[in-house]
Design a protein around this ligand. Structure first.
Ligand code: NZQ
Ligand code: ZN
Length: 387
């Protein structure tokens, strides 16, 4: 167990019929709000109107900024920042999935900066001030609703970069599992993969081999994410399934799993972000391509944790250590296939000939994330295991 400080300022309001609280919760931070939303799902489901009514009923003036796309882009963030500045908004409200919450975070930081918000993403500037943010989450996946991170794609530079800053935690996030009933099967699956990936990044990259509290918490989150995803795929309106998936995804990346692990890395995400930057593949789908390959690569030098993972998550008890470790990875890969999330570059229509270009792109993010041991050659080796 390593020293740690754990502090998470986000107030979570969880359960059915909770959207109505967004107005009073947001009014605590100002009278004029920028309402950031996606393409059309929240309008189609009626969630958007509920949010707008609640904001207006609490006396807030609302400026709308819709059209955030999945794998959100810098240009759209720039437009939101301009809107926020021109209208002197005092608070940002996000209604949508991780792409919308991330865009809203970038806008809240950019609205208080004189320079291009992209400077935060390339480590040239740090956030000194940000507008308060509240959110109504509509998709269980990223964990953005309860963390200080965000990921934006600079389309010109083909870079999908992310950073975190403690000023960018949402002040309040409303999680009503019933709003995820309309999430289609593919994004239900991709969301579960993303949540599982967030756990595995910590679980397999910590250098501390004595973390029983964190290990069992993380193993439980992986098991719950898989079981609740299966339930939600079987019946999209299964409240317990949707609720457990939503809360597992939030807990998977709100800082709790990492508390006490010491230094960790995010190698699978570092590589996946290049896939999404180049091919606009859904984040979770890109991860299910990368995860098995990275695990096979890592297991070669460091099998211990993979044996524990196989034994505790998939109850694999027979065979040698290396057989158990390999079986655990195979079980996870098989589950990805069962939920129709791609498990190879070819399945995701990503040409093998692009492996070098992807590796060179990922190295740039690795430098910002201080993961220098992942040079282009190492990343190419890992991607060769994802073919
Ligand atoms: O745009 P709309 O019409 O809303 O459609 C969205 C989008 O097409 C749809 N959707 C969302 N809620 C829905 C719904 N459809 C039906 N019913 C609903 N209730 O789903 C699609 C995907 O939405 P998106 O927000 O892109 O998905 P997700 O929540 O997985 O977010 C992905 C983004 O999160 C970033 C990823 O990089 C990616 O850009 N991440 C953010 C992190 C963070 N802030 O900590 C960490 C993660 O690792 C991840 O990188
Ligand atoms: Zn992720």
């Amino acid at each position: 167990m390593q020293n740690f400080v754990f502090q998470n300022p986000t107030k979570i309001i969880f359960g059915t019929n909770t959207i109505k609280h967004i107005g009073e919760e947001t009014a605590a931070f100002g009278n004029k709000a920028l309402l950031v939303s996606g393409k059309n799902s929240s309008r189609k489901s009626g969630v958007y109107d509920q949010v707008q009514q609640s904001l207006k009923a609490s006396g807030l003036a609302v400026i709308e900024h819709s059209g955030v796309r999945s794998n959100p882009v810098l240009n759209h963030v720039h437009e939101g920042i301009q809107l926020a500045k021109n209208n002197k908004v005092e608070v940002i409200v996000a209604v949508g999935g991780g792409s919308v919450v991330d865009s809203a975070k970038a806008i809240s930081a950019g609205a208080c900066a004189e320079h291009d918000v992209w400077k935060f993403f390339i480590g040239k500037k740090s956030v000194k001030k940000a507008l308060p943010l509240t959110c109504v989450l509509t998709l269980a996946a990223s964990g953005s609703e309860m963390n200080s991170g965000m990921v934006i794609t600079n389309e010109e530079k083909k870079q999908k970069f992310g950073f975190a800053n403690k000023l960018l935690y949402p002040m309040v996030s409303i999680l009503d599992p019933t709003v995820t009933y309309t999430v289609p099967p593919d994004y239900t699956s991709y969301g579960a993969v993303d949540a599982i990936a967030h756990v595995l990044e910590y679980y397999f990259t910590t250098e501390d081999s004595h973390t029983p509290v964190q290990d069992r918490f993380m193993e439980g989150l992986v098991i719950n994410a898989m079981e609740s995803c299966d339930q939600a795929l079987k019946n999209p309106n299964d409240y317990q399934g949707r609720a457990n998936l939503m809360w597992s995804a939030t807990l998977a990346l709100n800082g709790l799993t990492g508390a006490g692990l010491g230094k960790v890395g995010f190698p699978m995400h570092m590589i996946e972000h290049s896939l999404s930057a180049f091919y606009d593949i859904a984040h979770g789908a890109g991860l299910s391509v990368v995860i098995p390959g990275w695990m096979k690569w890592k297991m070669q030098t460091d099998p211990t944790k993979f044996v524990q993972f196989a034994e505790r998550v998939f109850h694999i008890v027979t065979g040698s250590d290396s057989e158990k470790a390999a079986a655990g990875i195979a079980h996870l890969e098989k589950w990805f296939q069962k939920i129709n999330s791609p498990t190879s570059l070819s399945e995701a229509d990503i040409p093998e000939k692009d492996i070098q270009k992807i590796a060179e792109n990922a190295v740039e993010l690795g430098k910002i994330w201080r993961m220098r041991k992942y040079d282009a050659q190492t990343i190419e080796e890992i991607l060769a295991l994802c073919k």
